[in-house]
Design a protein. Sequence first.
Length: 408
Amino acid sequence: MAFSLLLVVVLGAGALFFVAHVAMPEDRGQHVFAPDLVRRGGELAALGYCASCHTAEKGQPFAGGRPLATPFGTIFGTNITPDPESGIGLYSPAAFARAMREGIDRVGRDLYPVFPYNHFTRLEDKDIDALYAFLMTRAAVAAQNRANQLAFPYNIRPLLAGWKLLYLDKFRVTERPDLGRYLVEGLSHCGACHTPRDRLGAEIASQHFDGGEAEDWWAPPLNANSPSPVPWTEESLFNYLRSWDAEHGGAIGPMAQVVAGLASVPEQDVRAIAAYIGSTMAKQGESDGPVEDNQTQAMQAHPQGAELYAGICATCHETGGHVPFTVASLGQHTSLYAPDPRNMIHVVLEGAHPPEGTVGAVMPAFADALSDEQIAEIIAYLRARFSGGAQWENVEDEIARIRRRTSP
Ligand code: HEC
Ligand code: HEC
Ligand code: HEC
């Protein structure tokens, strides 16, 4: 609570420096857009995964309603179809550019930085124009926005002006970087999940790509601190980002939405991203050895986990990669070397399902089939087998917590 009060004082002081933002005039004009501009806008929307946050499960594309869990509460993606009442139909190009760069909606309200405008602020004019053309040519859907569920003081929007004063300008860049960096740091906002955030939800610049989180999943480091047992190369990154990589497997959880977006964009955009991330992940003197597998000791130490694994998981994970979309050994997945067990728990409880309209890894969900204790045993066995004996603490409590969160 003391922190909350401090927050109100600090952000409130910041907010005072701002005059209330003006409302932008309603734009009811008929716009005509060149087909090429609309097409590129569609590719850019995929590169920025706009649909993933702005589409509810089984909902109309871009019509909003998707809940986004944050440490401050739940924020809902809004309706960004051109419906004049409930969507962004009244946005002029200038109002849209202001929303994308400054996080202010048409009527002048500050927007929460879950909407990654601290990255979108780097977009060039021509890309913002293309996104506008794309969105304004989508089907208008009448769907009222859902009210955010945020605790005090995070529910006070004007405080966001103070947040921006502290954090937003730092992210503006003036030089034109190469394509990979432009996409990674801007539109594709990889750091929004892969960089840790401070207590006010801002990415910590000095820990760029040190690993962060998204919707209670761990997002691994994308720099030399990566604990991946198999080194990442530009080629394996390209494969992973596009669909699936034979050495590292495929993306699950929030990362699967990213890959679904990147699967359809021009190859050169994804190659540029892979080249840039390949350079941030590069390590000195790394060798491509086989992953360490202490199967015998692990079976002795965790017989129950070993037995459950052999009975349930081995049919897919012990075939040397012969089951489609599995890698030769589970030990190749970075999740086993994470600082916490969240990704392992998510994957066992929820399974893996390729995002709608894509093909990819399928793993059944075991939430109903296995108890918390059984899942914890399997995880202990796999950690002992592949992570040199290191164990996570309170795994059962974490399983119970994640169960409560995902099935209310
Ligand atoms: C990580 C999730 C996320 C992604 C990705 C995302 N948005 Fe959003 N966006 C949001 C949320 C949440 C809001 C509402 C924030 C609020 O309520 O303050 C929002 C608000 C907006 C607004 C303001 C509209 C309004 O209703 O007030 C626009 C315009 C917008 N987004 C466009 C885009 C575009 C274009 C993209 C892709 C390039 C995109 N967004 C990607 C989460 C996201
Ligand atoms: C919405 C949050 C989010 C965004 C945005 C995001 N990632 Fe991820 N990423 C994750 C999560 C969560 C994982 C862990 C997935 C898993 O365990 O399968 C992950 C995993 C990865 C991995 C695998 C790392 C490893 O060692 O296993 C790579 C590589 C990666 N992301 C690259 C990127 C790049 C490049 C971008 C930007 C183009 C990006 N991510 C954007 C959340 C995100
Ligand atoms: C029907 C086949 C199947 C079964 C059974 C199965 N899995 Fe999987 N599992 C998969 C596939 C496919 C993937 C995606 C792998 C990839 O991308 O390489 C996967 C991925 C994983 C991952 C990696 C998650 C990540 O972060 O990327 C883990 C860990 C995992 N499974 C554990 C288990 C455990 C534990 C069991 C038993 C309780 C199990 N699996 C049962 C098919 C299966």
